[in-house]
Design a protein around this ligand. Sequence first.
Ligand SMILES: Nc1nc2c(c(=O)[nH]1)N[C@H]1C(S)=C(S)[C@@H](COP(=O)(O)OP(=O)(O)OC[C@H]3O[C@@H](n4cnc5c(N)ncnc54)[C@H](O)[C@@H]3O)O[C@H]1N2
Ligand code: MOO
Length: 438
Amino acid sequence: MISMNEAVDRVISRAHPLPQESVAFVDAVGRVVAEDFVAPRPHPPFAASVMDGYAVRSADCPGVMTLIGASRAGAPMRGSGNTSIQPGQCAYITTGAPLPPGADAVVPSEECRVDGGTVSIDANVDAGKWVRPVGFDIKAGETLVPAGSLVGAHEVGIVAAAGGGEICVHRKPKLALLSTGDELAEAGEVEPDASSGRIYDANRPMLAALAKTSGVDDVLDLGRAVDDPGALASLVARAHAEGCDVLVTSGGVSEGDRDYLKEVLLGEHGGGIEGEVHFGRVMMKPGKPLTFAEVQSKTDCGGNKMLVFALPGNPVSAAVTFHLVVVPTLRRMMGWRDPRLRRVHVVVSSDLKLDPERPEYHRATLDWQEHTRHLPAAHSTGKQVSSRLTSMRGAEVLMELPRGPGMVAKGTVVSALVIGNLSSASVQLPAISPEVVR
Ligand SMILES: Nc1nc2c(c(=O)[nH]1)N[C@H]1C(S)=C(S)[C@@H](COP(=O)(O)OP(=O)(O)OC[C@H]3O[C@@H](n4cnc5c(N)ncnc54)[C@H](O)[C@@H]3O)O[C@H]1N2
Ligand code: MOO
């Protein structure tokens, strides 16, 4: 059986960045830039004041100057005849307004005495003081958003400041989702009778939400399928025919007499598809039967290959394996340069029993406490059985625990993969001033 690290390597080696497309910059949030976005013009496009005050010729200061006009943001100084500042003259100016020709500095209004039509300044003023020259913030031709960057709100603002336009980004993958199992009922539907052996489908809504939080919005919902090989084959074929880049299924990949998915992916049950299963078991917990395959049309062998992740049916196994292998795949297709989950070090906050047979991804929430110094404390989410989905509640990391025997003692530092949004993690540290850091 391969290790999880080997599984991730195999998956990433078969996921390729999708072709690029141009989108309006406001629609590029969450996308990865495929070609550098370069500033077409400088910012500011004119020398601009940093303060509300008076635009002067520095050589005139200290001194008394005649006020000849005003330059306001959006309303540069204009006038009949000569609008440039001559020796002995100055102009009122607001923050962001163009510096009038002839002036080379700005003096804040608090440092000026205004008396009718004259302005007195008592101190020396350096040329360039309180002025942002042309291109001070952004130079023309400067790379504003380099290829490989993930576009967020700040990048949108930067591109807007440069005049907006289209950004060249990688296409996002189209993902199909399918739950399998005779026992599944749709959440929200009438409660199944306990004697029917039916349970609600937790995986599809959860995986759809995980796809969304991973940045994928084009999702083909294939619904729930009964454990019938022909029906499964035609649904896999449909996902391929509809141009899905990735298909994620759950259930039906273990050893039961109705676990047909591996055979279906190999093309043994029709549907006009054939496939290659790259691995069908991984030495890890939870999610040992995790299966990864590539499927293509039998009649068009040179056509697109769809990556298929057949996740185990147990809901925790489905969630954990989605994070471990599907998220890096989606990231790679969206153009991420480093698509792997981020690894951090954490301090275990209670004794944890190791699994004697398989390395385990133990779910935990984090909090930063003074006594753990610079590392966060990781609190187990409790019983880790793969059917107990509440062990995923609030989970921010998957601690990478080795195979047993024995335990990991409270206070031990272990590595953990980040699956949550750490900006909402519980942080209890006092602020540190720079002197303390030194
Ligand atoms: N003889 C063996 N049996 C099992 C093995 C094994 O190695 N040998 N592996 C076990 C492990 S580990 C796992 S994990 C499960 C995975 O099995 P499947 O992927 O075939 O999943 P199912 O049997 O279809 O379902 C397992 C479990 O999960 C429930 N389930 C399925 N789908 C959903 C859903 N959409 N929402 C909520 N719950 C779901 C299902 O009812 C079962 O209880 O196999 C072990 N067996
Ligand atoms: O690998 Mo399974 O997820 O232990 O139940």
